[in-house]
Design a protein around this ligand. Structure first.
Ligand code: HEC
Length: 246
């Protein structure tokens, strides 16, 4: 029967090296979570990170432009007639033609909005005095671009695969039922792949934001277990039984 290496076969220097690596990687993971929180929380207008924030990050808010959101909210009350809202929305929907803007939309803004929304007002609000300024507030929010997802995907796959590989190499020196070990080393990789693929799927099917969150959490849990169990067994665990084959 072949003999497989366990923590008890490692030197103290090897264990110190492993411990330092696991601590650095574990802290790195916590900072990564912090970064995830700060860069995504509040996208839905509410403090804290939610599945809705994740959905908006990848799928965007298709019906939502900053101008539309404002008109559907408090700014609608500044219009002279409620029908003017439809004129503005129709103009956005029809492709934001510049002549139509000057004909129909600009007069509304000049009448009801520019007294506050202009440089001259000194209120520091986004100005609505010409076509270009208004255009900036009417871009459809379609979430992260494919280009940026591809960039983050390749960085994630290369970087995280390395981390998971080395953490997994250390973890397989633990003693535990063999099926538990086989499954635990595979889960973070599977979860990472699922997470990354579900970013793209969420761009098309916003409901997949749940899969992004669940697979991300699953990866974190399996990864955390590997680090903690390795640290524990490396220093504190005294095997009582004959080691099982690996
Ligand atoms: C009496 C001054 C006033 C008038 C008139 C006014 N606004 Fe505003 N507007 C504000 C203030 C103050 C805010 C920022 C606070 C808020 O969002 O409620 C704001 C915010 C906005 C925003 C959000 C900007 C962002 O950062 O996303 C938009 C868009 C907007 N207004 C459009 C309009 C339109 C269109 C009209 C005309 C129908 C209009 N406003 C009329 C004062 C005004």
């Amino acid at each position: 029967m072949p003999k497989y290496k366990r923590f008890r076969d490692t030197s103290v220097s090897e264990r110190i090296l492993d411990t330092m690596f696991l601590i650095a990687i574990g802290l790195g993971y916590l900072f990564a979570m912090g970064h995830l929180y700060f860069s995504n929380q509040g996208r839905d207008g509410e403090a804290g990170l939610s599945v809705e924030d994740v959905r908006i990050a990848y799928y965007g808010k298709h019906q939502q432009t900053r101008l539309g959101a404002a008109l559907n909210g408090a700014m609608g009350g500044n219009l002279e007639f409620p029908e003017q809202k439809k004129i503005i929305f129709d103009w956005i929907e029809a492709g934001k033609d510049v002549d139509e803007f000057n004909d129909k939309v600009a007069p509304i803004f000049n009448e009801s909005c520019v007294m506050c929304h202009s440089e001259a007002s000194g209120m520091g609000l986004p100005p609505l005095t010409n076509y270009e300024e208004v255009l900036k507030l009417t871009e459809m929010d379609t979430g992260a671009s494919i280009q940026s997802l591809v960039r983050v995907s390749h960085i994630h796959l290369f970087g995280i695969a390395f981390i998971l590989f080395f953490v997994g190499r250390i973890f397989i020196l633990c003693e535990m039922p063999i099926m538990v070990k086989r499954i635990t080393v595979a889960i973070p990789f599977i979860a990472m792949l699922l997470d990354i693929f579900s970013w793209y799927i969420t761009k098309v099917f916003p409901g997949f934001a749940y899969v992004v969150v669940i697979s991300g959490a699953l990866m974190g849990i399996a990864f955390g277990i590997q680090i903690l169990v390795s640290l524990y067994q490396m220093w504190f665990y005294k095997p009582k039984t004959v080691p099982i084959e690996m």
